[in-house]
Design a protein around this ligand. Structure first.
Ligand SMILES: [Zn+2]
Length: 179
């Protein structure tokens, strides 16, 4: 099934009432972006589309488990995510030109027959990832070898910065050498 068929809501043909859609997202979905913070997972999205009033409302309920990396030791860990996000659909003749910085509002051209929600299905699980995500959060212990390695790296970096002379002095020294 192509992207268009899967994640588009053909709202025009729907009755003026509340509709529910369910999506199951897996690793394949998130890995479409190779730099994705989510490497694997199973996320259920319940989308309640309220067409009974204007603006229409898209209400996303996100629940699932995703695989991402520990902030401290980079081990792959499974963490639960949960979130709820609302998007208001507004119609505008110039929808294409409107920079939608605000994720809460979706500007749609009145002649566009579908609402494409794929970006939301991708972004909302990302936004639901807890701010801190370390092994301890899911009852694991960070990889001690990796922590040692990181510590060594940091110490070396510190040494390097200590040895770098102040660039202003370096310039002055250059002038001195010229004389
Ligand atoms: Zn860890």
């Amino acid at each position: 099934m192509s992207k268009q068929e899967t994640y588009n809501i053909p709202y025009i043909g729907l009755k003026r009432e509340v509709h529910t859609f369910n999506y199951q997202l897996d690793g394949k979905f998130f890995k479409k972006d190779e730099y994705s913070l989510i490497q694997d997972g199973k996320v259920d999205v319940k989308l309640i589309f309220d067409k009974s009033n204007t603006p229409y409302i898209l209400d996303f309920d996100i629940r699932g488990i995703i695989q991402t990396n520990c902030d401290r030791c980079t081990t792959a860990i499974d963490i639960p995510i949960q979130g709820n996000y609302k998007v208001y659909v507004k119609f505008d003749q110039n929808a294409e030109d409107i920079e939608d910085e605000d994720m809460e509002i979706l500007f749609l051209h009145p002649e566009n027959p579908v609402i494409d929600i794929e970006t939301y299905l991708y972004d909302f699980p990302l936004l639901s990832i807890p701010y801190s995500k370390v092994c301890e959060d899911v009852g694991l212990t960070c990889d001690p070898e990796f922590l040692k390695y990181i510590q060594r790296e940091n110490e070396e970096k510190l040494k390097e910065t200590e040895n770098i002379p102040d660039p202003r002095w370096a310039e002055l020294n250059k002038l001195k050498d010229l004389k």
